[in-house]
Design a protein around this ligand. Structure first.
Ligand code: BTN
Length: 325
């Protein structure tokens, strides 16, 4: 990063920090604090809005951040990460945390950012990442397991998120196969697992998680129905606490997954399964299957009852929609 970009990011962070008190700040005041012109402050504000920060211009008064949250502060979570033996890399913005980790993979390594310019979702979709609002991170995990045994991995990641949030007191959490975390059929978190490393050596697994924490009403451009922890609880949520709980649970579950495979998680999955015993549509490249979801098998494949038979459907081949009854 060149020094001009770094300086601009620092100015953007400074404005966020000033606005995070939830009060109205005049352009003049912000200009004085940053020692820049009012016109330049306006440009910075425009940039923040482009990055998805929900700022309001209050006429005659200044700028207001309606649902403020503090910026991530790696100094604060570094202790917790140290206890988990996790190294980390934090930048104000990145193209994609998965991409960054892919370029320079490290085991037990966290890559986290406030904003992604090219956040990736499953099936080539884009993952919108409004600035300083949600959690966007990737975790590096090296494993000796053969690739064939990693089928249920993304389901284990979903279970880890749900368990962590459950421990923290959030309710009505459910999972939609293969790995969406949902509440009342609205998406709360998405998972994108990618693999690197050569076939002969250990596999390098990139576990990307996007978790809606403080996102509120203004993201009309997101195609799917969504919710956030702030929506569920009616208050702004400390992203750092959520991050640490999720990583902790993920580490516990990755260890168990390595020792016992997905079979150890089959029951947990079925407990949170949104579609269990419901009529569903399974979209495949060659058509749509209509049937009744019957949970998952010991390798994490979806069990679908159709044509009087229960058949396993494997990850990556299908998407699933709960039919309106
Ligand atoms: C999905 O489509 O449901 C998966 C979304 C995964 C988004 C996360 S955000 C952090 C990480 N970096 C990315 O580019 N994508 C994942």
């Amino acid at each position: 990063m060149n020094s001009q970009t770094a300086h601009k990011e620092q100015q953007l962070s400074q404005i966020i920090q000033l606005l995070s008190d939830g009060q109205c700040h005049s352009g003049q005041k912000l200009a004085e604090e940053l020692e820049v012109s009012r016109a330049y402050v306006w440009k910075l504000i425009q940039q923040l809005q482009e990055y998805g920060l929900e700022l309001e211009s209050v006429s005659g008064k200044g700028y207001l951040w309606q649902s403020p949250s503090a910026l991530l502060d790696s100094k604060k979570f570094i202790m917790a990460l140290g206890a988990l033996n996790i190294s980390h890399e934090y930048d104000f913005l990145m193209d994609s945390t998965n991409q960054r980790l892919k370029e320079k993979f490290k085991d037990k390594h966290l890559v986290i950012t406030e904003y992604q310019t090219a956040g990736r979702g499953r099936r080539g979709r884009n993952w919108q990442s409004p600035l300083a609002t949600n959690l966007y991170f990737s975790y590096g995990w090296k494993t000796e397991q053969p690739v064939q045994q990693l089928g249920g991995l993304s389901l284990v990641v979903g279970i880890s998120i749900v368990e962590a949030l459950d421990i923290m007191g959030f309710e009505k959490l459910q999972l939609k196969w293969p790995n969406d975390v949902r509440v009342e059929q609205q998406k709360l978190a998405g998972i994108l697992v990618e693999l690197t490393g050569d076939a002969a050596g250990d596999l390098e697994v990139i576990i990307g998680i996007g978790l809606n924490v403080n996102m509120q009403s203004q993201q009309e451009t997101i195609e799917q129905e969504w919710t956030s922890l702030a929506n569920l609880s009616g208050r702004s949520i400390d992203r750092q606490a959520i991050l640490v709980f999720v990583l902790k649970q993920l580490q516990i579950n990755l260890k168990l997954f390595e020792q016992e495979g997905f079979a150890a998680f089959q029951q947990s999955w079925n407990q949170y399964d949104e579609s269990f015993n419901k009529r569903v549509e399974v979209h495949q490249s060659n058509g749509v299957l209509h049937g009744t979801a019957k949970g998952v098998n010991k390798s994490g494949a979806l069990l679908l009852e159709y044509n009087n038979e229960i058949k396993p459907i494997f990850a990556g081949e299908v998407s699933l929609k709960v039919e309106a009854s």
